[in-house]
Design a protein around this ligand. Structure first.
Ligand SMILES: [Zn+2]
Length: 692
């Protein structure tokens, strides 16, 4: 059989599968009759693999007393939840997204707990909604709409339910919405919602800020010919009015309003499994073959992220491909919406798939308190792309991907410089947020080392799971995991803007038998940015000896010289930041140009220049020296290509010839070269252009 299954069969098969999965936990209580389902106990949360569970339970890599950390974590997460007069606990949304117009209508029922006993009205965000009726605890209320808020009085006409701090209230709103392509979108092949950051209020009334997460039941009515997908698990599919079907989806883990999504269309459905976790893909029937190829690696991606960050925290994952879509993908909790153009049959958008999946941890499981911290979403998901590439394709693929993100961030920085924290509103989803945000995590990993970095990521995820966090919360998790204060790092890379522009030089001098001192001078020339404190790694090349790596801490200073000793009779080259651990500009090209230093003056002449034939090199010292005179040729990338010395000691002048050949005897390529003469701490340098 090569035909795609008929939608109805697919629908039924899916329902059976998901119902079995929902019931499979056995001990999990039935929540169908409760208006406010409790969050699952931690032991019931679906864990991806035994390996991942072990990783979690052992608190792997987390130093110190884990139970004490967890105890501290609970109030922190709780405090971030709800920053207004009530705490949204559970939304029930009964909606009909039209398949023939931009109309979405229904009833929203919110169970809330009062925070402020002085509360007089329940406020819900409302942009252009047509409100038909409101109720508090089932009793009608006269409402008003003021400045984008629907205001429903707690007490009215002698009906005044108890509303002390912690008291539950239930508010219900009947409404219709016809938003002009904001929040809810109708097109011939699909209808869907898309609300980040603040468009939820255009299609349903809610407390539409990410700091107040709540659980969710969606009852969505769809034509029989279509299917409906949403957040959480599918609990039932039942007949509605003639020609319609009602889908009941339930998300038992807290969800931010911008992550709520309802999508309806004639989708072909395909369920993969990652261990016991179902992954439900929804694409148009004619895209099914492509989708099977494009999404084959999603279970492995979940495994990669679970091992690195902690177990996948929800009951299912899924993707639904829609068209047209003004975005690439949107990480709706457990049901990412992607652009149909990502379904290509060549895995060409696999990076995007990995990005949206990464958001299930960073954005969905741990949600920003507000959008000033948007880099906690987008920088993290973009770094997830790097981590996925590292795991699937190896260290070189990781390095080149980080490099491409750095280059992209630099290009954006050239246009407009702003800090990751609290970006200009027009740049809330700017390239800097994604690319520099990712690079800041890459650098932090290099600063802390892999063990502390991943321990910190897991601690952060564990501490704020199903809650909200800020940049400082993330910083403190990293500090606790690493034992290092990190104010300096977050202040300069997240709360301030820009990047360092280094101008650096090196020189070396004898430091005893078979030992040399390397002195590195680092200038920071950046404008419109702070001076950066950073550990800087150098690769020191020592002729025939293997390269050695040295890390020094460059302080937040305009100029600093640091020195270190290395074994060996000569230092032939020094490379700045060889593993690309710093987001930076280098104003001087990679050529390592030693600075002149006081001492015996040394003069170098080189000619002819430009030259296509051997170059004469003349070195003259002001006085005879017992030091050998070393002459080294560097190419434009700073690589030593040939040595002409050392001479015997005791000379005041030296004439040498460079035959335009490298160490292997091959003629060098045409281009710019540097000739460096050195005697002890004195040196001189001249450039020469080699022509054909
Ligand atoms: Zn994203």
């Amino acid at each position: 059989m090569r035909n795609a299954p008929r939608p109805h069969c697919v629908k039924r098969a899916l329902l059976v599968l998901l119902l079995v999965l929902a019931a499979g936990a056995g001990s999990r209580p039935s929540r169908a009759d409760r208006s406010v389902p409790p969050d699952l106990p931690a032991a019931d949360v679906t864990r991806l693999t035994e390996g991942a569970r072990l990783l979690f339970d052992e608190g792997k890599l987390v130093p110190g007393d884990r139970s004490e950390r967890l105890a501290r974590a609970v109030p922190a997460a709780a405090q971030a939840e709800s920053l207004h007069s009530y705490d949204a606990i559970h939304y029930r949304l009964d909606v009909t997204p039209s398949r023939t117009s931009n109309l979405i209508s229904g009833t929203m029922t919110l169970d809330l707990n009062v925070v402020d006993p002085g509360i007089t009205q329940i406020d819900l965000f409302d942009e252009g909604l047509n409100i038909l009726a409101t109720r508090v605890n089932g009793v009608a209320r006269t409402f008003s709409v003021v400045s984008g808020k629907l205001l429903i009085p707690v007490c009215q006409g002698g009906d005044c339910p108890s509303h002390g701090s912690g008291d539950p209230l239930q508010v219900a709103v009947d409404y219709t919405a016809s938003p002009p392509t904001i929040g809810f979108y109708y097109y011939p092949r699909n209808s869907y919602t898309m609300a980040e950051p603040y468009d939820g209020r255009y299609w349903w009334p809610s407390y539409d800020l990410p700091s107040d997460k709540a659980t969710l039941d969606v009852y969505a009515t769809s034509p029989d010919s279509n299917v409906c997908v949403s957040n959480g698990l599918l609990l039932s599919v039942t007949p509605g009015a003639p020609g319609t079907t009602v889908y009941h989806w339930q998300e038992t883990h807290p969800i931010a309003t911008y992550l709520v999504a309802v999508t309806v269309g004639n989708f072909w459905q395909w369920t993969q499994m990652a261990g016991s976790l179902p992954i439900l893909h929804n694409v148009f029937p004619e895209d099914s073959t492509k989708a099977k190829f494009d999404f084959a690696n999603v279970p492995s991606m979940i495994s990669v992220y679970s091992n690195r960050w902690g177990p996948y925290a929800f009951d299912k994952y899924g993707q639904v491909a829609v068209t047209p879509f003004s975005f690439g993908g949107m990480e709706h909790q457990t049901m990412t919406t992607i652009n149909r153009s990502w379904v290509r049959g060549d895995r060409g958008q696999e990076t995007g798939v990995a990005h949206e999946l990464a958001h299930q941890w960073w954005g969905d499981m741990v949600t920003l308190v507000d959008f000033r911290d948007v880099w906690l979403n987008e920088g993290f998901a973009s770094y997830g792309e790097c981590e996925w590439r590292e795991d699937f394709y190896g260290a070189a693929a990781y390095a080149s991907y980080v490099q491409s993100q750095m280059t992209s961030a630099l290009n954006s920085d050239n246009n407009l410089r702003y800090a990751l924290y609290d970006p200009p509103s027009a740049n809330l989803f700017g390239n800097t947020i994604y690319m520099k945000g990712s690079v800041v995590l890459h650098m932090l990993r290099r600063v802390l080392g892999d063990a502390a970095f991943f321990a910190g990521m897991q601690l952060y995820g564990q501490r704020y799971q199903y809650g909200n966090a800020t940049t400082r919360d993330f910083q403190h998790a990293m500090e606790d995991a690493s034992g290092q204060p990190l104010d300096w790092y977050f202040d300069e890379w997240v709360f301030d803007k820009g990047l360092p522009t280094y101008n650096w030089t090196w020189q070396s001098a004898p430091a005893g038998p078979d030992r040399r001192t390397v002195a590195v001078t680092i200038r920071q020339n950046q404008a419109n940015a702070p001076f950066f404190r950073m550990p800087v790694e150098f690769r020191v090349q020592r002729g025939a000896l293997p390269d050695t790596f040295v890390t020094v801490t460059n302080q937040a200073l305009p100029i600093e010289t640091v020195a270190f000793d290395v074994e060996g009779a000569s230092v032939t080259n020094v490379v700045f930041d060889p593993r690309n651990s710093i987001y930076k500009r280098i104003s001087q090209s990679a050529v390592d140009v030693p600075e002149p230093v006081p001492g015996t003056p040394i003069a170098l002449t080189v000619g002819p220049n430009p030259s296509r034939s051997p170059v004469q090199v003349s070195v003259r010292l002001a006085a005879a020296t017992n030091l050998p005179i070393e002459v080294t040729i560097y190419d434009a990338a700073g690589r030593a290509v040939q040595e002409l010395g050392p001479s015997r000691a005791g000379l005041a002048a030296l004439r040498l010839e460079w035959d335009l050949r490298d160490r292997d005897g091959r003629r060098v390529a045409p281009g710019l070269y540097f000739v460096q003469a050195r005697a002890g701490t004195s040196h001189d340098e001249q450039s020469v252009v080699v022509t054909r």
